[in-house]
Every structure is written in structure tokens, then in C-alpha cells.
Ligand binder design. Structure first.
Ligand code: ADP
Ligand code: MG
Length: 608
């Protein structure tokens, strides 16, 4: 048989790579702004037409490029930013994969003009879908101007999948905001369809926040500033009363790079616990600075997901920093803050702070000796725990008179757990039920339903906070659906993203799945997505409101099928603990009972 394997042409390879880096106009905007910053620009203009679909232009006054570099910059893996593998770990610039310009050039018509200070004359290059159509000297100011026209002109499927101008422009504004917040000392201007939308002068973070987000936040800003050898934090958080029902004003930057991180968000949100209304989001713009070698930012092409060497430390530290800031604005009334009564109840506020301690705090030593117990509140404050606490406590009480049970009372199919590690008697029956002694007899827990409940609540929380933990697939999978099904799936991509799915359209009715909610195993996504589509097909108009419940339930159901064997008493105990920390432990997402009781009387009746 003839050989059938061929190398992809550069052209196609670039288009595929482009799909990874450039998904929408906003992704191109982000890359171009980052390049301008890396080039040392102090003045950056972003010019858009039709939400970037027709034109994205970035003009900077940075160091520019030589004619050869200008040509080279469009090659894949062309970068001036890394020379060897060690650089990858030290790098502090924004982009460093050398893919952005190549990707953009593969899917748009690009015109670049650039000049270095040492040259009197600049160079101009025009590229269309990777082909250089023109390169010539030209007169142009020092710095770089890059125009990206008709994005996806040669990938109709992608172009058709772009959202309304309104949505795409909002996405661009999100990127612009993140970059402008991270660099308050640089001047930015943004024009859309000929209208100047932003003119941000060089200034400090506070003025940048006010000019960019809204003047009304100014009176609500609380400064955060902490420093150790290991990490520095600075920025602003909002007073509790300024928290909003909608998210959007939460920003983390690690070494000046915007990141999303649900874990860190949780660290901030719990610091506000008891100070804010339920289901509101605190405002924050926080900059964490740490040794770049401790942070792996290159785990995802769009570089918003990061991994830390020690994220538990990071969590505890951030949480403490925010608590400290909230407390401190009470102990420093001169700072013109009004005090909400709840804040005065904070233990850290109630405790008198000696002059010396205050000095220590200001010198940043607060966290050098904080203990792990500061993290304890992370798990146990779940709403609803209270009402179930009683039941849970009952479940924890061993039945003194009945332990240990007589050996011949046990059917062989029962998997009996070691009793040493826990004071509680638990049996796993055929891997389906967890049976435990309670005061009134036995409690029987349906293991899979328990996991469904637990997972749905976790996903709902991801959804509400908009902060999810997504595991990126080493080998992204592509799937094709019918045109109709593809449209259905497309309509919920944003919803799926809220619980950790990273899925992008890839061609006519094909999608590439790049990330999954943690705990869903690679390969299992197809089933779930099919089910989701199936359900959407029959979804009535008013069911859209219940989509959140529906999607989270479907995904939870799939994840729950991976339930562990529960052989260790600790695992069994953890299941019970987590279940009763749920707001609705009693019922699985589909309404079926999760647990039930077998009263001693019933047991007695059984035996006559
Ligand atoms: P990366 O930023 O990862 O290096 P890019 O494809 O974004 O990859 O850019 C490739 C190279 O082109 C950069 O390393 C830089 O040398 C050069 N470059 C891109 N944009 C600019 C700019 N605005 N000013 C100066 N040089 C630039
Ligand atoms: Mg770049």
C-alpha cells in the first residue's frame, strides 16, 4: 500500500497553531499590547473598527525592529525573548512562545511598520495568510505600528463563529483593562470606530483604577501592602459594602501578568466572610510578586492559568493579607474610612495591637510566623453546614453497645473497614453503599449519589464565582457534530467554560476540547457533551434559566461514575464530611435520596 503520511504545510500548521493562540479579536489585542509593552513602549494606542473584526491596530513608541527582525518576527517560534531553556523559567516579559505574530499573520491581513531609533528609515511589511506580499523601506516614527485587518478572512468557520460586535468589543475591553491596570505608568488610548473611548495618562495604580473602572470606586478603595522575602503583595481591595452582585472587578496579577485563579479568589473572598452579603463579589486589584521560577505561567497558551510551587502558602498568605488590610483600615481611622460595624467584630481588630506589633506589621513581618491553622476555615464555612451539623454529629457517635458487631452477623459480601483509624464503624457494601452506625440505628449512604451531590455543589460554586479549575489536556481532542448539534453546543460554550471546559470551535462543525473540569477524565467528555446536546435539543425556552442546574448536574453525574473504591476509613469519613458540608446533602441532583436510616426497631423487626 502507498504511504499516506504527509507533513502539514507551514500554512496549515500555522493556521492550526493560530487556533490555539488567537480565538477572537480580543486574543490578538492581548498579544499585540503585550508585545508593545515588552518593547519598552511608554505610549500605546489601540485602534479598532467593528470590534476588531475589521481592524485592530496597535501603535507603540517602543524600541522598534530592524528590517530583518521585522521579517523574522512572523516566523513561528521566532522570539527575541528566549535563547535557552533556562530562560523559560526566568522570563519576566509577557509573551515568550514566539507564536503570536505568526499565528495572527496566518489568519489575517497584516501591515507592520517599524523603526529603531538608530535608523532614519523604517520598514514596512504586508502579509496575508502567512504570505509576504510586500516588504519595503518606509518613513515611520520610532516604534512599531501593526495593523491586523479582517481577522479570520481565510477561516470562514471561525469568522462565522465570532460573536456580536457588542460581545467581541466587551472581550477586547476586558483585555485592555487587564493590561492597562498592570501598567499604570504607561499611557494608553483606545479608539473604537473613530471614537476615543479611553485616554489614560501615565500615573499610579489608584488613578488608573479610578480612570479605568469608575470614579465611584475611589472612596471604597482599601490599600493592601505586604512584603516578605518570599512574596510581595500590593494593590487595592474594595470595602465590603462596595461588593457587587456581578463579578468582573476581580483582578489578580502575578509578576504583572493577569491570571485567573479560583483558589486565590477563594482566599480573598473568605477574608470578607461575614462582612459581605451572600453571593456578592468583593472588588480587588491585587499584584503578587514572587520569584518567576516559582510560578509556571506557561501551562496554557493564553497564559491565564498558572501553577505555583506552593499554592497553599500563597492561599494562606493572600487570605491573611486581605484580612489584615480590612482590619487595618479600622485601626487607622485617619485614613478617612467609614467603619462598618461588622469589621469591628473581626478578631484581628478586637485584639489590641501594641505599638511594637504595629511596627512589625508595617515592616511586613506579620506573616513570617503565621501558622497553618489560618487555613482551617477554608473548608468548614460552607453554607448549610449548620443545619446539618446536628445530623452529622449524630452520625459520628459510635454505638457503644453494638461495637464490635458479632462476626457471624456479617454477610461475606460486606467489605469491612479497619476500625483502628476511626472511631466510627463504617462498612462499604458492594462498593455502592456506605453504612455507618448512628444513634437510632444505621445510616445508609448511596455513594454515587453522594458524589453527584458533592460534585454538583462544587461545580455550582465554580459557576457562581466564575472561577474554575480546569485541567488542560496534554493532547487536545477534536470532535465533530452535525451542523445543528454544533450550533447547540456553540450556544453553551460560555456556560461550559464556567465549570472548567475549555472548548473552541475548530472548523465547520468541529470543536477542539483543550481542558476539562478537574476530575473528569480525558475521553469522558464526549459522552457528557453528547448528553448536553441531547438535552439542549429538547430544551424549552424557559428552561434556559435552569441551564446552570442542568449542566452542572449532567457533569456531576459523569464525574460521580469515577467514584473511588473508598477502601480507607479516611476516604469514607471524607465523603461523609463533604456530603454534610453540602447545602442539600439529602438529595442527589435528580431528586433521589442520598441517604436513609435503618432504625434499630426495623432491624429488630427484620429478625423477628
Ligand atoms: P514573543 O512575544 O513570544 O517573542 P511574538 O510573535 O509576539 O513572540 O513576537 C515575536 C518577536 O517580534 C518578539 O520577540 C519581538 O522581538 C518582536 N516584536 C513583536 N512585536 C514588537 C513590537 N511591538 N516592538 C518591537 N518588537 C516586537
Ligand atoms: Mg508576544
Amino acid at each position: 500500500m502507498a504511504d499516506i503520511i504527509q507533513l502539514l504545510s507551514d500554512h496549515i500548521a500555522n493556521q492550526i497553531a493560530a487556533g490555539e493562540v488567537i480565538q477572537r479579536p480580543a486574543s490578538a489585542v492581548k498579544e499585540l499590547l503585550e508585545n508593545a509593552i515588552d518593547a519598552g513602549a511608554t505610549d500605546i494606542q489601540l485602534i479598532l473598527k467593528d470590534a476588531g473584526k475589521e481592524l485592530i491596530q496597535v501603535i507603540d513608541n517602543g524600541k522598534g525592529m530592524s528590517p530583518t527582525d521585522a521579517r523574522m518576527s512572523f516566523e513561528r517560534h521566532a522570539t527575541s525573548k528566549i535563547k535557552n531553556i533556562d530562560d523559560l523559567f526566568r522570563i519576566r516579559t509577557m509573551g515568550f512562545r514566539g507564536e503570536a505574530l505568526a499565528s495572527i499573520a496566518a489568519v489575517a491581513q497584516v501591515e507592520l511598520k517599524t523603526r529603531q531609533a538608530s535608523n532614519d528609515i523604517g520598514s514596512k511589511i504586508c502579509i496575508e495568510g502567512t504570505d509576504v506580499v510586500l516588504q519595503e523601506p518606509c518613513a515611520t516614527p520610532i516604534g512599531t505600528s501593526i495593523m491586523v485587518k479582517n481577522l479570520f478572512f481565510n477561516v470562514p468557520a471561525r469568522r462565522n463563529f465570532l460573536k456580536s460586535n457588542n460581545t467581541e468589543f466587551r472581550n477586547i475591553l476586558d483585555e485592555f483593562t487587564r493590561v492597562a491596570l498592570a501598567y499604570p505608568s504607561l499611557a494608553f488610548r483606545l479608539f473604537h470606530n473613530g471614537v476615543e473611548q479611553f485616554r489614560l495618562e501615565s500615573g499610579n495604580l489608584k488613578t488608573r483604577i479610578v480612570n479605568l473602572l469608575s470614579g465611584s470606586v475611589e472612596k471604597n478603595l482599601v490599600p493592601v501592602q505586604e512584603e516578605t522575602d518570599w512574596i510581595k503583595i500590593h494593590g487595592f481591595i474594595g470595602k465590603p459594602e462596595s461588593s457587587t452582585k456581578t463579578r468582573g472587578n476581580q483582578f489578580f496579577f502575578i509578576n504583572d501578568r493577569f491570571i485567573r485563579n479560583s483558589y486565590l479568589h477563594h482566599a480573598v473572598a473568605t477574608a470578607y466572610e461575614g462582612l459581605m452579603e451572600k453571593e456578592t463579589f468583593p472588588f480587588y486589584v491585587l499584584f503578587l510578586e514572587t520569584d518567576p521560577a516559582r510560578v509556571d505561567v506557561n501551562v496554557h497558551p493564553t497564559k491565564q492559568e498558572v501553577k505555583f510551587e506552593d499554592d497553599r502558602m500563597m492561599y494562606a498568605y493572600l487570605n491573611a493579607a486581605v484580612r489584615h488590610a480590612l482590619a487595618r483600615f479600622n485601626i487607622a481611622p485617619s485614613l478617612d474610612f467609614t467603619l462598618s460595624p461588622e469589621i469591628t467584630k473581626l478578631p484581628s481588630v478586637e485584639m489590641p495591637i501594641s505599638h511594637r506589633e504595629k511596627e512589625k506589621v508595617e515592616a511586613g513581618y506579620l506573616f513570617n510566623n503565621f501558622s497553618r491553622k489560618d487555613q482551617a476555615h477554608f473548608i468548614d464555612k460552607k453554607e448549610g453546614l449548620k443545619q446539618w451539623k446536628e445530623l452529622y454529629q449524630i452520625a459520628q457517635q459510635p454505638l457503644a453497645s453494638q461495637t464490635p458487631s458479632t462476626p457471624n452477623a456479617e454477610p461475606i459480601s460486606l467489605h469491612k473497614t479497619t476500625e483502628t483509624a476511626t472511631h466510627q464503624n463504617m462498612l462499604v457494601v458492594q462498593n455502592n453503599f456506605l453504612v455507618t452506625t448512628v444513634k437510632s440505628g444505621l445510616m445508609v449512604v448511596h455513594i454515587r449519589r453522594a458524589y453527584e451531590r458533592i460534585w454538583q455543589e462544587r461545580l455550582l460554586e465554580n459557576w457562581d464565582t466564575g472561577q474554575f479549575v480546569s485541567q488542560q489536556l496534554l493532547f487536545p481532542a477534536t470532535y465533530e457534530w452535525s451542523a445543528q448539534d454544533a450550533l447547540l453546543l456553540e450556544s453553551v460554550l460560555e456556560d461550559l467554560a464556567r465549570i472548567g471546559f475549555d472548548i473552541a470551535p475548530f472548523g465547520q462543525s468541529t470543536f477542539v476540547v483543550r481542558g476539562l473540569p478537574s476530575s473528569l477524565k480525558a475521553g469522558e467528555e464526549k459522552d457528557v457533551l453528547d448528553e448536553v446536546i441531547e438535552h439542549l435539543r429538547h430544551e424549552s425556552q424557559n428552561a434556559v434559566a435552569q441551564r446552570k442546574e442542568q449542566l452542572t448536574a449532567q457533569v456531576a453525574k459523569r464525574i460521580a461514575l469515577n467514584k473511588p473504591q473508598l477502601q480507607q476509613p479516611e476516604e469514607q469519613q471524607a465523603l461523609i464530611d463533604e456530603l454534610f458540608a453540602c447545602t442539600q446533602p439529602e438529595y442527589a441532583p435528580d431528586g433521589k435520596k442520598v441517604f436513609s436510616f435503618l432504625k434499630t426497631e426495623t432491624l429488630q423487626d427484620l429478625l423477628g
